[in-house]
Ligand binder design. Structure first.
Ligand code: 13P
Length: 337
């Protein structure tokens, strides 16, 4: 099972009306609890590394560990670059074996965003890697020691339906992150999602929609957004805050503690709980529960997909197989000259 392409995974979620949680990894500590949560919940999962978090980790060092963990489990795992802002970062992620990349040029004018995203889609698709784009600006990605200043969504940056149609048609992205009242980090006041806009965008374009800024959104709002077409939900700040809270409580209760290993195990428990809770709310819990090798929903009669989404050989190219593929291509052409 293991590694899966974003397109296969989200198309299944979209068809079955659940959302796959995309959880940010900011250190090695996060890998095992996220994977364990997926196994225990019988849920697909997306693990993602955000470019803004590269200050905390080394992409090339941590990617092999995530890929190895993903390959060893029976649930589908997609590895995504979150908010890649440059061509170079996207290439590094593809080279490191990610099965999905988000290319975010939403701060640029739409024409520039379209032109640059289109190039990335061409390259990523040629090696079986899925692409998420963004239009309308969400902003405020979480970094820093203290809680980010709460901010409200800017209605002027909400995604326009006609822009979504144009962006989809011209770029060919596999999934689209939209701005509908969601913000990264901490919300100022209660989140006020524009459900009507989600519905309209979903009816206008045939690709799965992505909701960033999952922390702070209520369970009911998540369910409603999923019912209207959200198929991937990004979630980080609350998971991180819960890890820190747990560490603080543990150290207060055990001031004599000098074992980072023990502290880390305690923190991992909090991360796992946070992820499992979200999987239950997102409706991805139980999706892979079956004694069959495939997803419970993926026999043709019940699912209606042309191909099983979670078949083991799902289109996934890691760097080694990429080298092999290119070598075969080159050799096959040598005979022609
Ligand atoms: P939160 O940190 O607000 O949960 O958002 C995560 C996110 O959207 C990462 O792209």
């Amino acid at each position: 099972m293991a590694l899966i392409n974003l397109k296969d995974l989200l198309n299944h979620a979209s068809k079955k009306r659940y959302a796959v949680g995309a959880f940010n990894v900011t250190s090695m500590t996060f890998i095992d609890p996220i994977i364990e949560a997926a196994i225990e919940s019988n849920s697909p999962v997306i693990m993602q590394l955000a470019e803004v978090h590269f200050r905390y980790l080394n992409l090339e060092h941590i990617a092999p560990a995530i890929i190895k963990a993903a390959k060893e489990v029976d649930v589908p795992v997609c590895i995504n670059l979150d908010h890649g802002h440059s061509f170079e970062t996207v290439m590094r992620a593809i080279r490191a074996g990610f099965t999905s990349i988000m290319f975010d040029r939403s701060s640029e004018p739409l024409d520039v965003n379209i032109a640059q995203t289109k190039e990335i889609v061409k390259i990523a698709h040629s090696v079986g890697v899925g692409v998420e784009g963004e239009i309308g600006n969400i902003g405020g990605e979480a970094v820093g020691v203290a809680a980010p200043t709460p901010h409200a969504a800017d209605i002027g940056s909400f995604t326009k339906v006609e822009d979504a149609v144009r962006f989809y048609e011209e770029t060919g992205v596999d999934a689209l992150a939209i701005s509908v009242g969601n913000v990264h980090g901490t919300y100022k006041g209660e989140p006020n999602l524009d459900f009507d806009r989600i519905d309209k965008i979903n009816n206008a374009i045939p690709i799965p929609l992505v909701l960033h800024g999952g922390s702070g959104i209520s369970d009911n709002d998540f369910r409603k957004a999923i019912s209207l077409g959200i198929s991937k939900i990004n979630f980080y700040t609350e998971m991180s805050a819960s890890a820190v809270r747990t560490a603080r409580n543990f150290l207060n209760e055990n001031p004599e503690c000098i074992s980072y290993g023990d502290l880390s195990k305690i923190v991992q428990g909090a991360i796992k709980k946070s992820v499992k809770d979200r999987m239950a709310v997102f409706g991805s819990k139980g999706i892979t529960a079956s004694d069959k090798t495939l997803c419970i929903s993926c026999d043709e009669t019940s699912c209606g997909l042309e191909e099983p989404a979670f078949k083991p050989e799902a289109k996934t190219l890691v760097y080694d197989s990429l080298v092999e593929l290119i070598t075969k291509e080159v050799i096959s052409h040598i005979g022609d000259v």
